[in-house]
Ligand binder design. Structure first.
Ligand code: ATP
Ligand code: MG
Ligand code: MG
Ligand code: MG
Length: 480
């Protein structure tokens, strides 16, 4: 079944069960100071759960565009390395606002997966909240357990602790136990090779979580106490790309028809082959993942920029360009050429991609041109540095200058040095980095904005961005 049909099946299933099908909320959030990007289907319904507003429909379903690159959910570093975490992904969800509760939520989830999707029951596991012995002193979710027992064999029901099976939105507000559904994507033969006990091993990389059913039945008060909610709610989220992987009988989200057209295009552009060399594969996965995050953001009106959400988008795009530059040898703009493929593939479900296609292409191409120039300049400087270097180890402070002044990524420096038989003095680099951080910390103590102007009495010239994934947002200027 093609991804298009799978999405439609989900929505149709819940429509038949009198859910109102609503559009995805924008992925970029403009009016919530606590959240930059939508990271779960429930975000747009937050006010209903908090009781601040009353929903028009008590049953709702949709496919929500999500981005998990900052804050509590940050999957950026997993992307490319594993095959089922994305930056941007679709979360299929069904909700009950004070309407049905555990019984229907569980029965429908099971029916959808095993009857509509025809997933083999022997590949599915479900989890139930085991209770907690902490201050909350919560009981096991026996209600969910009994309901699952109607559908699932006993040895396929596993118990999870608070970290995995109790969901809270924040320090206060609605919360409750959850049940997750996991799919074992190993073949029968592979499963037979391991002993009985380790079959039920949810930490196995090929046992993948696909659907989370949250049962909101408590309210966490400001004093930390839990009280039962007068109206109980259901909030579910299923990874669409993961469901497609299972349905299309492949082992990686990237082998579904959501990603293969993009991968083929990268192969053509870069004259590369996917599936031969792990490093190249990771780069290709990063590129086809990141193009989605960036294109959908621009379609939502968030252009790459120097601050806030725009800066996050710029860094994601540059991360992809860098992977291409390093592992696929792409020295010219190429990411923008993927937009057409993406809009063809996803434009029906998300028309904003088609409407904004030209803008998205132009913005991405310009970003690429300017960043590639930075990389080029950095390379020339690096060459000079290598020529002037005595011995085989290159001074970490020198490498830091390159990084600091030109935004030349340090991992690229290390890679190039390695290729030429040199070694990077990493300790020296770290030390220089730390000093820089200390300097900017004291500078930012007097600055209210999220970037630091090193000098404000002189005219300034913009010279580069801080590209480390882990460090704070910082735009660098120097005196001219
Ligand atoms: P995981 O444990 O795999 O990181 P999660 O528990 O963080 O997932 P939830 O917050 O429960 O995820 O989100 C609901 C569903 O969304 C998950 O069951 C999964 O199928 C999907 N999902 C979560 N994060 C991602 C991601 N980064 N890329 C693709 N799908 C995701
Ligand atoms: Mg996660
Ligand atoms: Mg999880
Ligand atoms: Mg989960």
């Amino acid at each position: 079944m093609r991804s298009q049909e799978i999405r439609a099946k989900f929505l149709e299933f819940f429509k038949e069960r009198t859910h109102k099908i609503v559009p995805s909320a924008p992925m970029v959030i403009k009016d919530d100071p606590t959240l930059m990007f939508t990271n779960a289907g429930m975000n747009q319904f937050k006010e209903f759960f908090l009781g601040n507003s009353v929903p028009k429909h008590t049953r709702v379903a949709d496919s929500q565009k999500c981005l998990r690159v900052s804050g509590k959910h940050n999957d950026l570093e997993e992307v490319g390395k594993d095959t089922y975490h994305h930056t941007m992904f679709e979360m299929l969800g069904n909700w009950s606002f004070g309407d049905y509760f555990k019984e229907d939520a569980i029965a429908w989830a099971w029916e959808f997966l095993t009857e509509v999707c025809e997933i083999d029951k022997d590949c599915l596991y479900v989890t139930v909240f085991e209770g907690s012995k902490d201050a909350d002193n919560l009981e096991q979710d026996t209600e969910a357990l009994e309901l699952w027992r109607k559908h699932v064999a006993e040895d396929r029901i596993l118990f999870g602790n608070k970290a995995d099976n109790f969901w809270e939105m924040g320090d206060q507000g609605p919360c409750g136990p959850c049940s997750e559904i996991h799919v074992d994507i190993r073949t029968k033969e592979e499963k037979e090779q391991v002993s009985g006990a380790s079959l039920v091993n949810m930490d196995h990389p090929e046992v993948v979580e696909i659907w989370n059913l949250v049962f909101m039945q408590y309210n966490r008060r400001a004093n930390g106490n839990l009280e039962p909610l007068p109206a109980k709610h259901v909030d579910t989220g299923m990874g669409f790309e993961r469901l497609c992987m299972v349905m299309q009988n492949v082992r990686s989200n990237y082998d579904t028809d959501i990603f293969t057209p993009l991968i083929r295009e990268v192969e053509t552009i870069a004259n590369a082959k996917y599936g031969k060399d792990e490093k190249v594969d990771i780069a290709i996965r990063v590129i086809v993942d990141h193009i989605r995050a960036v294109a959908f953001s621009i379609a939502d009106g968030q252009l790459p920029s120097n601050t806030g959400a725009g800066y996050v988008i710029r860094r994601i795009l540059r991360r992809a360009i860098r992977y291409g530059f390093t592992f696929l040898d792409t020295k010219d703009p190429f990411m923008y050429r993927l937009v057409k493929v993406l809009a063809d593939k996803m434009g029906e479900a998300f028309p904003e991609l088609r409407v904004q296609k030209q803008l998205i292409e132009n913005v991405i191409k310009e970003e690429e041109q300017s960043f590639l120039k930075t990389l080029d300049q950095g390379l020339i400087l690096l060459d000079t540095m290598i020529l002037a270097n005595k011995g085989r180890t290159v001074d970490g402070r020198k490498a830091f200058e390159l990084y600091d002044t030109f935004g030349f990524p340090i991992d690229l420096t290390a890679l190039i040095l390695g290729e030429r038989g040199y070694e990077l003095d990493e300790k020296g680099f770290e030390a220089a980095m730390q000093e820089q951080k200390d300097r900017s910390r004291s500078a930012s103590e007097v600055s209210k904005d999220d970037w630091v102007v090193l000098s404000n009495d002189l005219e300034q010239e913009f010279v580069g961005y801080d590209l480390m994934e882990t460090s704070v947002k910082l735009v660098k200027y120097r005196k001219v």
